[in-house]
Design a protein around this ligand. Structure first.
Ligand code: KIV
Ligand code: ZN
Length: 564
């Protein structure tokens, strides 16, 4: 059996009875370190050029990152060159610290310090692998052997820094493959490293705990972090950082729970680019905080620019469903969702807390347009179609016409098999409801009341067509015009629905009237836009009746409109 789950052994949870992290709430952003230019870059099919790195570095600075891992200069010439460029061209802002990675090997550490020569501040990040599988199968070393590598690396870092006293150094150690390391051994190695560095004596130190491979559910990772934080020496003198990968798809959740468990700092990449399924996505975690009312300490308002730069540098397209950044993440196609969004947005008052169904944040906050929120396809309902007409054309439809028109839109979307844009919806509306039957254009009208009711005199015609006068009398204006038509054609007209609306400012007409009439068992609707509501109403009635007559074909329309 090639697909056999019995091949795998479940990850053993941490035995813990003093778990405190589940009761914590994140009320403050952790400090961030962007590792796009190192971990993210190491995962690319085509590593970034120095120019691409510079572009991404500048973006990270603009977004507000204060610590940026810029590469692995001892392992890559472009990374070395980039590091030199930043330092020599003075491209690192005063409040930003660059970080570089190195293995715990003497010659690599020496080369790392060479790359950092002249830097005002820098974090030297040294790592070695500590997990059981790596110890036993990759290095063939026991615990002591692995601990010695870490201690030796820490000493070389300390010496390298001591030789360059003009730089403000921070030391960072990662027990790589931490998630697969016995916790007591992780603590042993960390303590051995910090015993060399002595954060208690003023040396800034970061202990970075990586989920190099995400091996368990995020709660297990949080347990691991809390367990280690409770036991390492000098906890209060050093910063604990986490660096999660996304093998199980939970890197963000793992980092969030790790912060609840005591981590001060989070490493990750924009859009989660990184080895295999990627690193922890900084955008998602920061925006998750933002959506809870916590200042993420990053400015992510220009999401379009962020995705553009990341895509250009990584040559990886952004998934349309990527949280907060994807093209479709604020869009509703489904009718009920559209309806709910439309209602919430209409009720919303400026300044009050965001509380809109289906939209965890205001799309405008990340530079998205409200036009994108409601898009129409064959699954959309009346609410969405009405919303688009109102939003883009200031046309308000009565409920009965929303229902009728949305069916037409749905059919059109089914025919074209995809989305139907706002302009096509408007054209469809014009064609089906506003179009005039030749010869049935309202030219002028006169309505006056006498003792027997309203008298209507209506001139109809059109370009190149003779004008005709219709006359009728009834209790109301619509009925009077209907009666004139009934009289003229010997038909019975029933007005089934009728609504009129004043239009918003951005429109050329001032009024919209919508009407549905039944003529000898056949019903049809029409609408009209005009300068005033009476003209719109009369035209809508003329259009509805003339279409039904034209469809009936037994009465050639133009001939039947005789001079009154
Ligand atoms: O994923 C990882 O373990 C790393 C370390 C070097 C921190 O990238
Ligand atoms: Zn990593």
């Amino acid at each position: 059996m090639p697909f056999d789950h019995r091949k795998y052994v479940a990850f053993q949870p941490v035995r813990k009875t003093d778990r405190r992290w589940p009761n914590q709430v994140i009320e403050q952003a952790p400090s961030w370190c962007a590792v796009d230019l190192r971990d993210g870059n190491q995962a690319l099919v085509k590593p970034m050029t120095v120019n691409q790195k510079q572009r991404l570095f500048d973006l990270l600075v603009r977004l507000g990152f204060k610590e940026i891992e810029i590469g692995f200069p001892a392992a890559s010439q472009p990374d070395f060159d980039f590091c030199r460029k930043l330092i020599e061209e003075n491209r690192i802002p005063e409040d930003v610290t660059i970080q570089v990675l190195t293995q715990a090997r003497e010659e690599l550490i020496a080369r790392t310090f060479e790359a950092l020569d002249g830097a005002q501040r820098a974090i030297v990040h040294v790592y070695n692998s500590t997990s059981t599988v790596q110890r036993e199968q990759v290095f063939g070393l026991d615990r002591d052997g692995i601990r010695d590598i870490a201690v030796q690396g820490a000493s070389w870092v300390k010496q390298g820094a001591a030789a360059r006293p003009d730089t403000r150094w921070t030391f960072q150690y990662s027990p790589e493959s931490f998630t697969g390391t016995e916790l007591d051994f992780a603590v042993e190695v960390i303590d051995a490293v910090t015993a060399v560095w002595r954060p208690d004596q003023g040396q800034p130190v970061i202990i970075n705990l990586p989920a190099t491979v995400e091996m368990a559910t995020p709660n297990v990772f949080a347990d691991q972090i809390e367990w280690v934080c409770d036991r390492i020496q000098y906890r209060q003198h050093l910063r604990v950082s986490v660096h999660t990968h996304n093998d199980r798809g939970c890197a963000v959740a793992a980092a969030e729970l790790a912060v609840m468990a005591g981590a001060d700092r989070v490493e990750g990449t924009l859009m989660g680019n990184g080895e295999r399924t990627g690193n922890m996505d900084l955008i998602t975690m920061a925006m998750n905080l933002y959506s809870q009312g916590v200042d993420p300490q990053l400015d992510l308002s220009g999401m379009a620019e962020i995705t553009e730069v990341v895509e250009a540098c990584t040559e990886i397209a952004t998934h349309p469903r990527h949280p907060y950044a994807g093209e479709l993440v604020f869009t509703a196609f489904s009718g009920s969702h559209q309806d709910a969004i439309k209602k919430c947005l209409a009720r919303r008052c400026e300044g009050e807390a965001w509380n809109v169904a289906y939209l965890p944040i205001d799309p405008g906050d990340v530079g998205r347009r409200y036009e994108e929120v409601v898009r129409i396809n064959s699954q959309s309902g009346k609410g969405g179609v009405a919303y688009v007409l109102e939003r883009d054309y200031d046309i308000t439809l009565p409920r009965w016409l929303q229902i009728e028109f949305s069916k037409l839109v749905q059919k059109a979307a089914e025919v074209n098999g995809g989305e139907i844009d706002s302009l096509s919806i408007r054209r469809l509306f014009d064609e089906h409801y506003l179009g005039l039957v030749p010869g049935w254009e309202l030219q002028s009208y006169d309505l006056h009341r006498d003792s027997d009711g309203v008298v209507a005199q209506v001139q109809v015609g059109g370009e190149g067509v003779e004008t005709h006068l219709l006359k009728g009398r009834a209790q109301g204006a619509v009925e009077a015009v209907a009666s004139a038509l009934e009289h003229r054609f010997g038909i019975a007209i029933a007005v089934e629905a009728y609504d009129e609306f004043a239009l918003g400012e951005g429109t050329s007409a001032n009024a919209l009237a919508c009407i549905r009439v039944a003529l000898e068992g056949n019903a049809g609707s029409a609408a009209a836009l005009a300068e005033d509501t009476t003209s719109a109403t009369i035209q809508a009635l003329l259009s509805a009746v003339s279409r039904l007559l034209a469809a009936g074909a037994e009465r050639p329309v133009r001939e039947t409109v005789g001079t009154a």
